[in-house]
Ligand binder design. Structure first.
Ligand code: DMJ
Length: 632
């Protein structure tokens, strides 16, 4: 045989044992050209399986491959043809098997794998009636989404706060992935219930079936769940929901209806922005922008937006007392919308509110009442200060807006406002048990007398997560200790109830025995006289998840798992999941599942068992409805 150089230009050597490597003349001096007659020939009208082989052969015949030391050297056209051929086979084979590209359920875990173990994020990628480009398109979208939930394109100059997790052992991985799959199964169950009973409406009714519309009738559960679908790798379901958004989501159906400003911001606007950040699907940003423009109607010529707003602009939106949480929980969404649209108006609106709130004071430094008046220099006294309902997420957003703005100098005031709040909490609001238990609750305090009411709303449990993040960013180890104690207090509320779920309000027994800030622990659990219902709220799970990601302590995974099992046992219905009217009464379903169950509660549980690079705290910041926004 004569020798000739390998084909020039972009060529690869395919080594059957070693895969692909760039060809090199020096490395492979001996070149053998196979005799054309040695190749078998295929009939022109071959079966679907044989036809691509015939095509490949024709290509090879026209561009004879060379064999070098037992290795085939092929040019780039041949390489592409080979890849297409392989993909065709794979598509046909999997399509014929189960209509699923990836059929092994254990691989559908929603995360990318580590070195030791490959897990597959893509889910239900291809169907047998789909063409190769369809399948390739889906695979490409799935890969893009995976890259995004792992933080592709994010950028921050702030220090890292996530624990540096070591590589897990096989046994640890096994347990974690088993739990992860169980959580995903639970979410799939709820999604199915929503799809079959309430598709396109706000909520599924989880015991009796049917639908309920409390949030404009725009499909709250659909929009609130979009990012969870992406995070869990439910790509087909996400695509279906996206198609619904593209073709059916309609904000103009009832132009004079009064929308709840706060809920519309956190569930719909937050939902669209986050799903956009995780997928890059333009329609989601378009909807967010359209909605942002509607929400601007709430401002009229004031700094504080009204609590209710209509799609159709009205001359003067009402409201003169403003709920602090409602006006202090738009900054993340409005700033992100400005970042993405390059239109500064939304961000300006949010900053003006914070600026004005920063100029208001009270008897308790940093704390404000649940309702505030517009204007700089307002002063408040004689109010009940809490970190719970009507004000909770204002405190949360002081820290998170600072994070989203990457700690820039323009956000320095928010850091200061947040730290003032933390100092006041520590000085006046912490209640501890008198039995030496290492936990705490954040009680309510009367601003004038400074008397503590030792009860804590479930809503207040978010504060443990905020304290923990602040502790890391601002190097305040004492705050981390308090965060852990408060999270433990919230967890104890779950652990001590008959159903394993936490009450809406938990309370120390404040009767004789009260000693400073220490309170008697009632032998029947410390939430005597409290409101005992549980409406599937997420705040305790949120804080446990944040503490897990920050400290790496496995105890938090175990606590989250215990709560998940309680949810499965006590709240799961044939249709979806239901809240409870009494956490101490097994079976007391309230027949309600708010959209935050799928947006927040299930997401926080899932993320506790996902790999730490999935929605890292160092790359995303969550809005108060658990919608992760990219930090760029
Ligand atoms: C959610 O809608 C949000 O977390 C909000 O900030 C408070 N309440 C619910 C969940 O409990």
């Amino acid at each position: 045989m004569g020798s000739s150089p390998p084909p020039k230009g972009s060529s690869f050597v395919v080594d059957i044992e070693q895969g692909l490597s760039p060809s090199s003349k020096d490395e492979y001096p001996e070149i053998h050209r196979p005799s054309p007659s040695a190749s078998p020939s295929y009939p022109k009208s071959a079966s679907p399986v044989v036809a691509p082989l015939a095509g490949l052969k024709r290509l090879i015949d026209r561009n004879p491959a060379t064999v070098i030391n037992g290795r085939y050297s092929i040019n780039i056209r041949q390489f592409i043809a080979l890849i297409l051929l392989i993909l065709t086979f794979v598509g046909l084979w999997f399509g014929a098997r189960s209509n699923k590209f990836w059929s092994d359920e254990t691989d559908n875990l929603g995360i990318s794998g580590s070195k030791a173990h490959k897990t597959i994020y893509t889910h239900h990628i291809g169907h047998s009636d789909q063409s190769v480009p369809d399948i390739l398109g889906k695979a490409q979208r799935a890969a893009e989404r995976l890259a995004r939930i792992q933080g592709k394109g994010t950028n921050t100059s702030l220090k890292k706060i996530q624990f540096d997790f070591p590589e897990e052992t096989e046994a640890e991985r096994f347990t974690r992935e088993k739990r992860l799959q169980r959580v995903k199964d639970g979410f799939v169950h709820a999604w199915k219930g929503y799809k079959e009973n309430a598709w396109g409406q706000d909520e599924v009714v989880p015991v009796r079936g049917g639908a309920k519309n409390n949030f404009n009738g725009w499909g709250a559960t659909m929009v609130d769940s979009l990012d969870t679908l992406v995070i869990m790798g439910m790509n087909d379901e996400f695509d279906e929901a996206l198609e619904w958004v593209r073709t059916k989501f309609d904000m103009t159906r009832n132009p004079t209806a009064q929308l709840q400003f706060f809920e519309t911001v956190i569930r719909y606007l937050g939902g669209f922005l986050s799903a956009y950040d995780l997928t890059g699907e333009q329609v989601l940003l378009d909807k967010a922008e359209e909605l942002g423009n509607i929400l601007l109607n709430a401002f009229g010529n004031r700094v504080f937006p009204a609590g209710r707003v209509a799609v159709q602009k009205s001359a003067s939106p009402g409201a003169y007392n403003f709920c602090t949480a409602e006006i202090g929980t738009i900054q993340l969404e409005f700033t992100r919308l400005s970042m993405l649209t390059k239109n500064p108006i939304y961000d300006q609106k949010g900053q003006e509110i914070f600026k004005m709130l920063g100029q208001q004071t009270s008897e308790l430094p940093g704390m404000l009442p649940s309702y505030v008046r517009e204007g700089a220099g307002q002063y408040y006294s004689g109010f009940r200060a809490t970190v719970g309902g009507m004000i909770d997420s204002y405190y949360e957003y002081l820290l998170k807006e600072w994070i989203l703005l990457d700690g820039s100098s323009s956000a320095a005031t928010y850091k200061q406002m947040f730290l003032t709040v933390v100092d006041t909490i520590k000085e006046y609001m912490v209640s501890r048990p008198d039995n030496g238990g290492d936990y705490a609750i954040i009680g309510a305090v009367q601003s004038s007398s400074k008397t503590i009411d030792p009860e804590m709303e479930h809503l207040s449990c978010f504060i443990a997560g905020s304290l923990a993040m602040g502790a890391k960013y601002f190097d305040r180890p004492e705050d981390l200790t308090l965060a852990k104690q408060v999270a433990e207090g919230c967890y104890q509320g779950y652990h001590n109830s008959a159903t394993g779920l936490g009450p809406e309000v938990m309370k120390f027994d404040a009767v004789p025995g009260t000693n400073g800030k220490k309170f008697v622990v009632n032998p029947n659990g410390f939430f005597k006289n409290s409101n005992s219902y549980y409406i599937l709220r997420p705040e305790t799970l949120e804080s446990l998840w944040i503490l897990y990601r920050i400290t790496g302590e496995k105890k938090y995974q175990d606590q989250v798992w215990e709560i998940f099992e309680s949810l499965e046992r006590s709240c799961r219905t044939n249709i979806a999941y239901s809240g409870l009217s009494n956490v101490n009464s097994v079976g007391s379903h309230d027949n309600k599942m708010e959209s935050f169950f799928m947006a927040e509660t299930m997401k926080y549980i899932y993320l506790t068992f996902a790999e730490p690079n999935v929605i890292s705290l160092d790359q995303f910041v969550f809005n108060t409805e658990a919608h992760p926004l990219r930090r760029t």
